[in-house]
Ligand binder design. Sequence first.
Ligand SMILES: Cc1ncc(COP(=O)(O)O)c(C=O)c1O
Length: 360
Amino acid sequence: MRRLWRPVVEGLVPYDAGKPLETLMAELGLTELVRLSSNENPLGPSPRVVEAIRLEARRVHLYPDSDSFAVRDALARRLGISPDQIMVGNGADELISLVARAAFDPGDEAVVPQPSFEPYTTSVALAGGRAIPSPLAGYETDLDDVRRRVTARTKAVILCSPHNPAATIIRRASLLAFLDALGADSPLVVLDEAYCDFVDDAEYPNGVTLLAQYPRLLILRTFSKVAALAGLRVGYAVGSPETVDRLNRVREPYNVNRLGQVAALAALEDVEHWERTKRVTREERAFLARELAKRGVTFPPSQANFLLVKVADAGALRERLLRAGLVVRDGAAVGFPGHLRISIGTRETNERLLRVFDEA
Ligand SMILES: Cc1ncc(COP(=O)(O)O)c(C=O)c1O
């Protein structure tokens, strides 16, 4: 028999993002459902983004700018770097798979903390490489363990800070010690900062400022969270011109669509909306953390726009929340059985969530 599909593909399970909200609402007979399972922005997009999309809609018969130049230029000015250090992708998700596609040959390895954002492992496997898991120390990334697993076969280390799903960060001193220990012939160190805007810990390093000293770092960021563009799929990577050039060689020619590009530009210009999202998320995170702690609920201190809460019966509580119109992520699906991952909502949503905890 002719074998059509690669063995690695046969072993994969399709990504399960849950049912569409409309389907769930119809099934549950609810008229309103709030999704707290995907770490989206509860404030919605900036009005300037909506207007930019409206104006651009009449040009969707034209291919987008293949190089996303205007977005790279705006980001470069904001970050104080050169546009040739930036690559824009169809979400940070695309950039993760481009790294794997550009770097891995069969037998190559990537050290990946486990659990962490699942696409790292799948992308490495699909590219023919092998993900070497490094267990977390409780809820924290264990950089000593990661370093011990780096060998001559290691092409990349893939870290996220804030961590998804634990919501913890890697602090400046330990990151620098780790990078120094890897030395000049370091593997690529991918540092996924998807949630960086929500951090208020002074010990959190800004990865972009470390690039001059550590050229094998690659920082990933996204417009999906703080800029509320999850539905348009825009992320970016910041690295050395050499790294960005290699990623550019393996991407699709028109990887970021026209509406995504104008929306990202408008989001960068609307500093007020950006700052409001940061402020509301941090305030609501503190509120929810305080209120859950009062109720005896435990969770690692969050620096992201979600909390990973430990609960006695995650399945039953998730069902109860669902019936109250709140969708949360079962920790078992993201490597933390006995937990729920709950995105920070508006005050009204958070109060509704607390009422369900009280009833339970
Ligand atoms: C750590 C992390 N990286 C990347 C992403 C994906 O970002 P994007 O929507 O830009 O593909 C997510 C999404 O939840 C995430 O949690």
